[in-house]
Each structure stands twice: as C-alpha cells, then as structure tokens.
Design a protein around this ligand. Structure first.
Ligand SMILES: NC(=[NH2+])NCCC[C@H](N)C(=O)O
Ligand SMILES: [Mn+2]
Ligand SMILES: [Mn+2]
Length: 311
C-alpha cells in the first residue's frame, strides 16, 4: 500500500459513521452508514492493508434540538449545527492523530463538519467535491432551505453570516476547491461560482475531455505541485441514477461506474488524500435491488479511493 504522504505508519483509517438526515427532508439517508458498514466495508479496507478503527456509529439523537424553528430560510439549523460541529471535532481529532477520517453519511451538510476538521488540522488542504450539485447556496440564495445544499458556502465564508454556524471553519479559499460531475446547479449558485472564480468540471466537461483529463486538470487547479493535502467529498448522486439509484436528489446524465471509480483511483495515486466523505446513500429509496446496488457502489468507491486497484 503506497497510501498517503501525510500519514504516519501504521496507516490507519478512522471510520466516522454519521446516521444523520437533518440537512434535507427525505427520511432514510440516516440509514446509509449502517448499511454500508453491514455490507462489509471495514473488512474490505483491512484486506487492502489498512488498520481500521471504528467506534460505532455516532448517536445524534441526544443532541437533536427539540425546538428548532427555521432561522431565515434554513431548516433544522440548530440540529444541523450541533451535529456537524460534533463531527468537525471528531474528524479533527482523528486527523491530528495521523489517521485518515472516513466519514460515512448521512446527508452532505455533514461536510461542513468534516472539512472544518480537515482544515483545522491541515490549513492548506484542498477539497475535491464530486457531486451532481454544487451545494454552495448561501442562507440568502437557497430555495429549499435544506442545509445539505449549502455546506460549501459556509466553508468559504460566503453570504450573510448565521451566528448559529459561526464555529464553521470558513478559511477555505475559493481556489482550493474544485468540482467534478455538476449538472443541477441553481441560478444563484451559478452566480456564486462565477463571482468567486470557482473551478468546476460539469458533466459537459467530462463528456468533452474525458474523465482522465478532467481529473488531471482538477488536480492542476487545486494542487499544481502535487503537494497539498486533499479532502475528497463524494456525494453518491454524482453517479448516474442507473448506477446509484438510492439517493435523495438523483439527476440523470451522471458519471458512469468507471468514471466515478477512476476519480477515486486517481486521487489515491497522488498519495495526498487525508480525508474522505461518502454521502447521500439513502437505503429507504427505490427497490431492494437498487439499494443493494447503491450500497455496493458506495463501498467500491471508498475502496478505490483507499488503494484498491484493478490489477
Ligand atoms: N447534497 C445534495 N444532494 N444537495 C442537493 C441540493 C439541491 C438544491 N440545490 C438545494 O439547494 O436544495
Ligand atoms: Mn448531490
Ligand atoms: Mn452534495
């Protein structure tokens, strides 16, 4: 295992299971991590040569805010804030101990926490965000009020400040994040991407250049000298719904099975990966075969990002 330049031996993955759905309205995404672990992911990672540490899924019920009316348009703001803050702490602690945090969601609002934890440990880290969506709405631009559509704006410090989220590490620079897979971006989000010069490779660029070139260009943008720690945040809805059907906001025209895995393999090969998120697997959506397929593809994406090769 070549693994990561930033991690001491023995190479250890700290699995952070986050059964959380408060950043969006569809029930079931909180069951994602349980299904993924039950499918045998931890054993599979051990077989790749990793030490795997898992202290059980987080129990967020205790911190659920009973009285949590919207703040502006934001839904469940206190609950999302408390949970993601706890996740930031856990992810940051693991990273500071030289482990690679693997966070399994749960909805994508969790990335506010995971990336805050990464930035706290590696201030010059960059983020590669794989998604059908840009998740960069601000508290001002959001149509839905669902916080899973907003984590990136908080991390960049964009939009009106929401005191509830003042703990979020808003030190991410707009030139240290790059997107791949976008195809459902709200009008306000398009404006934000342009105004902040944020690099994004939509499915149009994947079609035009091919995934190999796109990943190379993405890496050239965020780490031209291949020396910065990488946080990979993978929303399973980046994949085409025929590949990963069980997710809350599916959008047709997505990444193929191989394109998704290629991204993960290529990022592993850089030796720069320091943290990984797998988000938005919802085992309550679609039929049993679809759930099995989505959980299996989630596991194999993670294996590819953590060193599984085809040969
Ligand atoms: N993580 C996700 N699946 N996000 C979907 C976001 C959809 C839409 N842009 C919104 O703000 O609500
Ligand atoms: Mn998405
Ligand atoms: Mn997302």
């Amino acid at each position: 295992m070549s693994a990561c330049k930033f991690l001491p031996d023995p190479k250890t993955i700290a699995v952070v299971g986050c059964p959380f759905s408060g950043g969006q309205p569809r029930v079931g995404v909180d069951k994602g991590p349980i299904h993924i672990v039950e499918a045998g992911l931890l054993t599979q990672l051990k077989e790749l040569g990793w030490n795997v540490q898992f202290d059980g899924h987080h129990q967020f019920e205790e911190i659920s805010a009973a009285n949590d009316p919207p703040i502006g348009k934001l839904k469940n703001p206190r609950f999302v804030s408390k949970v993601t803050k706890a996740v930031a702490q856990v992810v940051g602690d693991h990273a500071k101990k030289g482990k690679l945090p693997l966070t399994i969601g749960g909805d994508h609002s969790l990335a506010m926490g995971t990336i805050s934890g990464t930035l706290d440990t590696y201030p010059d880290a960059c983020v590669i965000w794989i998604d059908a969506h840009a998740d960069i709405n601000t508290s001002d631009t959001t149509d839905t009020g669902n916080i899973h559509g907003m984590p990136v704006s908080f991390l960049l410090g964009l939009g009106s400040k929401v005191p509830e989220f003042s703990w979020v590490k808003s030190s991410l620079r707009p030139d240290r994040i790059v997107y791949i897979g976008l195809r459902d971006v709200d009008a306000g989000e398009k404006r934000i991407l342009k105004e902040n010069n944020i690099k994004a490779f939509s499915m149009h660029e994947v079609d035009k250049y091919g995934i190999g070139k796109v990943v190379e260009m993405a890496l050239d943008h965020v780490t031209p000298n291949r020396d910065r720690p990488i946080h990979l945040s993978f929303d399973v809805d980046a994949l085409d719904p025929t590949v990963a059907p069980s997710t809350g906001t599916p959008v047709r025209g997505g990444l193929t099975f191989r394109e998704g895995h290629y991204i993960c393999e290529a990022i592993y090969e850089t030796g720069l990966l320091v943290a990984l998120d797998l988000m938005e697997v919802n085992p309550s959506l679609e039929d049993e075969a679809s759930v099995k397929q989505t959980v299996a593809v989630g596991c194999s994406l993670v294996r590819s990002a953590l060193g599984e090769t085809l040969l």
